[in-house]
Design a protein around this ligand. Structure first.
Ligand code: ADP
Ligand code: MG
Length: 394
């Protein structure tokens, strides 16, 4: 699954840092170091739990895990970003609900592996990450995937990246209690440098699609609004339930089975409050197909209007955007962006902006000013290129 590539300079430093952290916390050398990235989704939001399509890229921000196998069945967890001292658990005692802190994500991976029948025991894990947490950039999947890849190697499980992604998602759903789809974990596990990942969730297949905005004189910016509105968790579950209900009423296995041509008929059959949800999912799946076709034809700039249409759909039909993400999108488009949209589940988090290189810095200034004028906390802006997925670093 993973070799031991020669790390570049920045990576080398990060590896040494997490190894030193491991020695400080656990008083011994780790067996290895694994990394898994955060992600942004170019298009295909709230489609994964509808058996649909998505198009994420991995970002260069990673979660690193230095890990050492243990033979006594203890799982000891420490994170530079996690609250509290070392968490010490018995792997045989892992049951959903047993861990309520950040430790639920890594412990959930070990639980999910054992649930799936993989012979695994204990380990010491020390974690350090550059993926901002709670920013819609999927730090939770990065953490799960880094741990899943580490365990895969430590215990010689021979699992593919997609199989490990499935374990990671099971950890988040079944152990951490978050009813997410599987886009985030697939992105972190399976993305490749210079590529976007075209996911077909129902078919369980994915393909790499070249995505290199820089070669077209473009930049992909991430604007982390640094807000996360509380209604997020409950609202996500309610949206998911709404989609399932609509599919059920239409006699379909999932909204994936509906095409844009079917929308007028669906509109007549469904209760009014479900119609916008269905319209978002159906048009969003179509936008993924359109985006992939443009990328395959080398037309990166043509993604712009698709991305912006995706945002309008999330704002008006799915109602998961918020004042901060809308302000970024509106300001970016006024400042010459080709396209902009919130990425991730919504209610805050991050926005992606596709912009010509020459407009990028004026756009950053415009967004920062607009936030100041609105009385919001300063956003974090950074450019991203498609980065590699989860892998062993040392
Ligand atoms: P997102 O995945 O968008 O960053 P989530 O709410 O899904 O947001 O996941 C964030 C949570 O994941 C954090 O609150 C924390 O519990 C956990 N987490 C993520 N990265 C780390 C880390 N490096 N160390 C400890 N906990 C982490
Ligand atoms: Mg998450």
């Amino acid at each position: 699954m993973t070799g031991t590539p020669v790390p570049g300079n920045g990576e080398d430093r990060a590896v040494r840092h997490v190894e030193e952290g491991f020695r400080r916390v656990f008083g011994a050398d780790p067996d290895g170091v694994w990394a898994a990235p955060g992600r942004v989704n170019l298009i295909g939001e709230h489609t994964d739990y509808n058996d649909g399509f998505a198009l994420p890229i991995a970002i260069p921000q990673n979660t690193l895990v230095a890990a050492r196998r243990r033979r006594d069945g203890r799982l000891r967890l420490h994170s530079e970003q996690g609250e509290g001292p070392v968490i010490d658990l018995g792997v045989a005692d892992l049951v959903p609900g047993a861990v309520t802190t950040w430790g639920a994500y890594p412990a959930g991976v070990v639980w999910a592996l054992r649930e799936a029948g993989h012979e695994t025991g204990g380990a010491d894990l020390h974690i350090d990450s550059t993926v901002p947490t709670g920013a819609g950039l999927s730090s939770s999947a990065a953490l799960e995937c880094a741990v899943a890849f580490a365990y895969g190697d430590l215990y010689g499980l021979g699992l593919t990246p997609s199989a490990l992604a499935l374990i990671a998602q099971r950890a988040e759903n079944g152990f951490a209690g978050v009813p997410c789809g599987m886009m985030d974990q697939m992105a972190s596990a399976c993305c490749a440098a210079g590529q976007a990942l075209h996911l077909d969730i129902r078919a369980g297949v994915h393909e790499q699609v070249p995505f290199a905005p820089e070669t077209e004189g473009l930049r992909l910016l991430v604007v982390d609004t640094r807000v996360k509105h509380d209604l997020g968790d409950g609202a996500y579950a309610a949206l998911r339930a709404g989609c399932e209900r609509a599919a059920g009423l239409l006699g379909l296995a999932a909204l994936r089975d509906l095409s844009p041509d079917d929308l007028p008929r669906a509109g007549r059959l469904l209760p009014a409050h479900l119609v916008p949800l269905v319209r978002h999912v159906v048009t969003e799946n179509a936008r993924v197909a359109e985006a992939v076709a443009h990328l395959r034809a080398g037309l990166v700039a043509a993604l712009g209007p698709i991305i912006s249409a995706g945002h309008a759909s999330l704002r008006d039909d799915y109602a998961v955007s918020c004042a901060e993400t809308d302000l970024v999108v509106d300001t970016a488009l006024e400042a010459g962006a080709l396209g902009a949209r919130m990425t991730g589940g919504g209610f805050g988090g991050s926005v992606i902006v596709l912009v010509a290189e020459e407009h990028a810095s004026a756009l950053e200034t415009a967004v920062t000013r607009a936030f100041r004028a609105a009385g919001y906390r300063a956003p974090h802006l950074f450019a991203v290129s498609p980065a590699p997925g989860a892998r062993r670093l040392a």
